[in-house]
Design a binder for this molecule. Structure first.
Ligand code: COA
Length: 187
């Protein structure tokens, strides 16, 4: 994503370290102190775990940075919070606000006037239409679609909701609810 490989490292808790390198990239442990003060992004695909990882890194004096692939298309009005990861081929149109540590994965699209809460994850190929508001720690599965809200009434997905892969969300989703299918229903 626009960085030389030598500038990258994985940092994991010691209990999760299985190897010294992964795909040619060094794996360090958080507890070693070697990475204290480094810039970081949380590269985990579960929103709650993402929040936990961020807290662990911040305790070590690490500073969140944003990674946005050069292939990403976005208007200047798109605001990306600290620790954002915007992967290749993503498209973010206009007047969009991403909270901190949001991950927009490959080929996903986010339309005008969307707001995505901190730690939320938009999986590959998902489609978020205009005037949609996601709470914190929302997971949007691969290929899912969320239809548009309106200027006075955004379509709201509550904190910690899970949108299953391939679902089509056509109305509000309450906090902590998992929805699936077309049209999406709790399940
Ligand atoms: C929704 C999801 C979280 C459910 O996972 P789970 O709790 O392990 O669910 P299970 O696989 O046990 O399936 C439970 C039921 O839901 C159904 N189901 C699972 N995923 C579904 C989906 N995406 N759409 C419709 N139905 C689904 C299963 O067929 C099963 O139905 P049954 O009880 O009638 O047999 C998961 O299937 C999913 O969509 N994950 C998103 C994956 C993804 O996007 N990853 C991105 C990686 S970058």
């Amino acid at each position: 994503m626009g960085m030389a490989r030598r500038d990258l490292a994985f940092v994991v808790e010691a209990a999760h370290r299985r190897e010294e390198t992964l795909n040619g990239i060094a794996v360090h442990t958080l507890e070693s102190g070697e990475c204290d003060g480094w810039p970081f992004v949380a590269a985990v695909g579960d929103p709650a775990l993402r929040e936990r990882v961020v807290a662990l890194c911040e305790v070590r004096g690490m500073t969140a940075v944003t990674l946005c692939d050069p292939s990403v298309q976005r208007h200047d009005s798109v605001r990306i919070g600290d620790g954002g990861i915007i992967a290749p081929g993503a498209v973010l149109t206009v007047d969009i606000t991403l909270g901190d540590h949001v991950h927009v994965n490959i080929g996903a699209s986010i339309s005008h006037d969307a707001v995505l809460g901190s730690f939320s994850i938009v999986s590959p190929g998902a489609r978020i239409a205009g005037h949609v508001t996601l709470g914190r720690r929302v997971f949007v599965g691969v290929g899912a679609t969320i239809i548009n809200g309106t200027p006075g009434a955004p379509l709201v997905v509550g904190d910690d909701a899970v949108i299953a892969a391939g679902a089509c969300v056509v109305g509000p989703v309450a906090k902590g609810i998992r929805v699936m299918g077309v049209p999406a229903k709790a399940g």
